[in-house]
Write a protein that binds this ligand. Structure first.
Ligand code: EPZ
Length: 428
């Protein structure tokens, strides 16, 4: 088992490079099987979620070749149809993209209901609704999602809720369907646009990604391509919030500043200065932090995946801030860990009321999910004393080289091996 051990209280200075986007990579890699050809994908982040999806494709018979550290080649021309069991999907929510990709390629799919970070109920009803409207029969049998279609035919699909996953899955299933599919009330996140660009590079005809309405005209066949994944909006946002929370002067490189606007706006309101360059943002903060209210929303709103990190910043800002979560039902589980560090936060349903205090105090805390884990690193960096973050496997799912990247900014953070404790059960 490994923990992060952080000595807090230092300002951050220097430059950090942002990796490829996790949530784009986990959609683009399974989408590669639609080509039935050789696809080269660049700017792949070195994180455990990506290793898992590559392993699944490998087990399906795809030939996956490492070209260089962040570039792979996937040859899916020889893969054979097979079901994807729970042992492969249980740790990894985005494995449900295999349903859309396999349905697109084989007109059938059998994929175990996935696991992943737990924010309460995580339904897939909108994915299923989309597949059914394209002509598939979809059932859940013994924990497996089983989808079959004689043929897929384009349809007009209204998403009752803005869903990243359902929008992506319908795009994957529709690119090789007959005729026109229209997704209304589609998600507009940067990785939706990235997936559309990737599909189009493979010969698909997807238009309107990044707006509420995506139109997909089915094509007969797709082909190989070379494609580079966009920078990770949330990794970039995490370093931006860390720089603003700790104070200092940090240049965050290899980003698309447009994707970071909602985060920049809230950091400016909290007292940071942000300078945007073509492919970098600079965050400086030397004044005290101010309170500020934040509400998470689908893109272009403030991302839910930045909510825990922002909560840490607000917990050491002057005054009382209101943080509202409007995407997930249950995304404040980590707050208990911040309370242990001295934060003054009250959660009522989907709203957290944060009374800022001058400093957090280091102690042992445990990550409850990926972004909560990132937030606890930031909390450790701003806290007095030593913070030990446990359950860091969540953080490794989505942050490449987090120790090296924070260390180059002057943070004192180490990955430490700890022996597993054997729990002695009482006989009484
Ligand atoms: C994606 O999850 C991201 N994951 C999440 O990031 C992110 O928090 C989320 O989008 C919102 O931005 C990946 O891209 C792999 P949704 P996803 O479908 O697709 C409801 C991270 O930390 N809904 O947009 O699963 C759902 O309950 C991860 O990187 C339905 O009602 O999220 C939620 O309230 C965690 N029915 C809302 O929609 C459905 O069929 C948004 O969920 C599907 C979703």
């Amino acid at each position: 088992m490994e923990n992060f051990v952080i000595e807090g209280g230092r300002e951050l200075f220097g430059e950090v490079n942002i990796s490829g986007a996790k949530n784009a990579a986990v959609a683009i890699i399974p989408a590669a099987i639609l080509a039935n050809d050789v696809v080269r994908i660049e700017n792949i982040p070195q994180i455990s979620d990506v290793q898992l999806i590559i392993e699944i494709l490998d087990r399906m018979g795809a030939k996956v070749k490492l070209i260089k550290r962040d570039t792979i080649e996937i040859d899916s021309s020889n893969i054979s149809y097979q079901s994807v069991p729970y042992e492969l999907t249980s740790h990894f929510r985005a494995s449900y993209y295999l349903i859309g990709a396999m349905l697109g390629r084989y007109k059938k799919a059998e994929v175990a209901m996935p696991g992943g970070c737990n924010f309460g109920v995580r339904p897939i009803d909108l994915h299923v609704k989309g597949f059914k409207m394209l002509g598939a029969e979809v059932d859940t049998i013994d924990g497996m999602v089983v989808a079959n279609a004689d043929k897929l035919v384009g349809a007009s699909i209204y998403m009752d809720n803005v869903s990243v996953g359902a929008t992506i899955n319908v795009m994957l299933a529709a690119v090789l369907a007959r005729g026109l599919t229209i997704i209304e009330n589609a998600a507009k996140e940067p990785h939706i646009v990235d997936l559309a660009n990737f599909l189009n590079s493979m010969g698909a005809d997807v238009r309107g990604a990044g707006t509420d309405v995506i139109k997909i005209r089915g094509v007969e066949k797709m082909h190989g391509c070379t494609y580079s994944i966009i920078p990770d909006q949330i990794e970039a946002g995490t370093y931006m919030v860390a720089a603003a929370a700790c104070g200092g002067d940090v240049l965050i490189k290899n980003v698309i500043p447009k994707h970071l606007e909602s985060i920049s706006a809230k950091l400016i309101e909290s007292g940071a200065e942000i300078i945007e360059y073509d492919d970098a943002v600079r965050v400086t903060r030397f004044k005290p932090l101010n309170k500020c209210n934040v509400k998470t929303m689908p893109h272009p709103g403030f991302p839910t995946d930045m909510q825990p990190q922002m909560c840490v910043l607000l917990s050491v800002a002057d005054g009382t801030s209101i943080l509202s979560e409007s995407v997930w039902d249950n995304r404040f589980q980590y707050v208990g860990q911040l309370l242990r560090m001295g934060a003054n936060i009250q959660v009522d349903g989907s709203v957290a009321v944060i009374e800022g205090i001058p400093r957090l105090t280091g102690c042992e805390v445990s990550a409850t999910d990926l972004r909560a884990g990132a937030a606890l690193i930031i909390a450790g960096l701003v806290a007095d004393g030593t913070t030990t973050v446990e359950n860091i496997q969540y953080i490794d799912r989505g942050y490449e080289d987090v120790v090296a990247k924070f260390s180059t900014l002057g943070a004192n953070i180490k990955r430490v091996e700890v022996p597993e404790l054997s729990v002695v059960q009482s006989a009484g």
